[in-house]
Design a protein around this ligand. Structure first.
Ligand SMILES: [Zn+2]
Length: 258
């Protein structure tokens, strides 16, 4: 095992994640929500930050970057070409299909517009790792801030088509609230009911519910299940285009006060 992944909280409910390649010693931070906990995690692990892989322009994903760059002047900042105007000081601009190397580890860039128009995810195929930012969450998905929900649906379908065993690291610990909402859509799903119990137990002990896997999300995340008859029935849209069903579920979540 030459790859280590270390996840920790930043701000209130953001996740910081470090990916370390022990072959070359290079270490990437996925996004930069807050410099202090990222620096503390690096210190704890004895790692030097070499790469910062940005998923999208929201402040709670980039605001730690200047302080990280000041501490590690050689830091290479990688991010979405389509958000160049909104993310300062990027060294490498990437688009769909580009390869991003963290030492000997190769990530493929997957464009996932919707939450923001230029949002990207990083997929390390050899390692079965996906960093989905604010596109796919455990039992949920990001809000469609900058594109119609149907666009976000297409992005989620791309992620859903990755191998089931793929470990999914997302930008926030939102799982408990997502679980409560998911139960309003598909409480008849025994896999979802088990997940909800498990998630509640983890959160009661203040433990992370992330990472999840693509297979686990396909089995329980209502936002990935817009094609499933029970989910379509729950929103009164049996046989409808999954993009429309997804749009309805996204709207209900936007208005959900659980
Ligand atoms: Zn965001």
């Amino acid at each position: 095992m030459t790859t280590s992944v270390h996840q920790f909280l930043c701000l209130t409910d953001n996740y910081g994640v470090l990916v370390h390649d022990s072959k070359t010693g290079r270490t990437a931070s996925i996004d930069a929500p807050e410099a202090a906990p990222i620096l503390a995690a690096l210190e704890e692990k004895g790692w030097t930050l070499t790469d910062l892989l940005i998923t999208h322009h929201h402040a709670d994903h980039i605001q730690g970057a200047p302080e990280l760059k000041a501490r590690f002047p050689e830091l290479r900042i990688v991010g979405p070409a389509k958000e160049t105007a909104r993310i300062p000081d990027m060294d490498v601009l990437v688009v769909e299909g580009d390869a991003v190397w963290v030492g000997s580890l190769e990530a493929r860039v997957i464009e996932t517009p919707g939450h923001t128009i230029g949002h990207i995810a990083y997929y390390f195929g050899e390692e079965d790792l996906l960093f989905s930012g604010d596109t796919l969450f455990s039992l949920g998905c990001g809000r469609a801030f900058e594109a119609p929900p149907a666009v976000l649906w297409s992005s989620l379908v791309k992620l859903a088509n990755l191998p089931g065993e793929t470990q999914v690291y997302c930008g926030h610990e939102y799982t408990l609230a997502n679980a409560r909402f998911a139960m309003t859509i598909e409480s008849s799903n025994p896999i979802l009911r088990d997940r909800v119990e498990h998630v509640a137990a983890l959160r009661a002990e203040n433990r992370p519910t992330v990472p999840t896997t693509i297979a686990a999300e396909l089995a329980a995340n209502p936002f990935l299940r817009a094609e499933e008859p029970p989910v379509q029935a729950a929103v009164g849209m049996v046989g409808r285009d999954p993009a429309d069903v997804f749009t309805e579920i996204r709207a209900r979540k936007d208005n959900f006060r659980g």
